[in-house]
Design a protein around this ligand. Structure first.
Ligand code: PLP
Length: 348
């Protein structure tokens, strides 16, 4: 049982469509029609009218493309962070010649809003980055106060919502570039990076004329057909099927299911004496990181070998201190999470 916070296990019908006969994405109009429909479905799930882009590559490609397309030498970027992915945006910014200002908090704290206000008052920023769900720590950040501040200061915003989109409501319409990935709450295979891009973001990208090639978003906007390169057809049909499942259930029902399963997971954890790593009020409905100082790797191995249950540990400084249960997408299921917690109970 694969219960990592992405990739998730795949619903049976998603596995089935991947064995359909391959069609040529550049020649067969059936693919173009299916792709158009996919973009509409993504707009519904992202809850935005902004243009959608589906790039062939994993989540990191989307993060890098967002920065490569909007940042160049001399640009000032504020990176708001309380986790590894928030910190990582500063590295992308610097690698494309931008100047990053990291406004950060400890990984088990909320976003540092007072510092943010002070930093915005003291400087001039072209762009801001932040993360909705910090998968490695299991925290879901409330983005509203920060988005309001960035709006007041006319700052273009880039948000990594890779592990919340499709599992929790994301305020996409207040975000200029919102980033997702196929293998998280959509429960499609890894390999597609999805993004919504606002008109303000396209204006900035068009003005800048990015120099990068594969990470440049502009060809996706300019292309006569909505994909400039041979698309990853098998992954596209898989994502299309995964979105059909999500929309048939209804987004509100999907979000309720994630909240319910997260509560069950944490309650089982608390019966075992395990605390969620961040404050429970800030824990994400899509993933739970339990604090197990110094034992995560051993527990992970024993769960896999003895019970055939695959969970994740933390990474970086948290590598052996947190054990993570992914309850996103197809895995946001009381029975599946219950089985994983039974195995954890037996091992503990
Ligand atoms: C919050 C977040 N952003 C970005 C990524 C990168 O996605 P990928 O592993 O598909 O490159 C991940 C992956 O776990 C993630 O959790």
């Amino acid at each position: 049982m694969l219960l990592t916070p992405g990739p998730t296990a795949l619903p049976p019908s998603v596995r089935e469509v991947m064995s359909e006969e391959l069609i040529n994405p550049d020649v067969d109009p059936a693919f173009a029609d299916r792709y158009d429909a996919l973009l509409d479905k993504l707009g519904t799930v992202f809850d935005t009218d902004d243009e959608m882009v589906v790039m062939g590559g994993e989540g990191i490609l989307g993060l890098e493309a967002a920065i490569a397309s909007t940042v160049g030498p001399g640009d000032h970027v504020l990176c708001l962070s309380n986790g590894p992915y928030g910190d990582g945006f500063a590295d992308f910014v610097e690698s494309y010649g931008g100047e990053s200002t990291l406004v950060d908090a400890d990984y088990d704290d909320s976003l540092p809003l007072a510092d943010l206000e002070r930093t915005l008052a003291a400087g001039d920023f072209d762009l801001a980055t932040m993360v909705h769900c910090e998968t490695p720590t299991g925290a879901l950040n409330d983005l509203s106060p920060a988005l309001a501040l960035f709006d007041d200061h006319d700052v273009v915003t880039v948000v990594d919502a890779v592990s919340s989109l499709g599992g929790a409501s994301v305020p996409t319409d207040r975000i200029d570039i919102c980033l997702g990935a196929s293998q998280k709450c959509f429960s499609a295979p890894p390999g597609l990076a999805v993004a919504s891009v606002s008109d303000a973001a396209w204006d900035r990208i068009e003005e800048r004329e990015p120099e990068s090639l594969y990470t440049n978003l502009l060809p996706w906007h300019d292309a006569e057909q909505p994909y400039p390169y041979t698309h990853l057809t098998t992954l596209v049909v898989a994502l299309d099927e995964a979105l059909d499942l999500l929309l048939a259930e209804g987004l509100d029902a999907v979000y309720d299911r994630h909240r319910e399963v997260a509560a069950v997971c944490r309650e089982r954890g608390s019966e075992l004496g395990l605390d969620p790593y961040p404050d429970p009020e800030r824990s994400s409905p899509t993933v739970t990181a339990f604090s197990v100082p110094g034992r995560a790797t051993e527990l992970q191995e024993r769960l896999r070998e003895t019970h055939d249950v695959t969970l994740s540990t933390g990474f970086g400084d948290l590598a052996d201190d947190v054990l993570r249960v992914g309850h996103m997408g197809y895995n946001a299921d009381v029975d599946r999470v219950g089985q994983a917690m039974d195995a954890l109970e037996a091992e503990l």
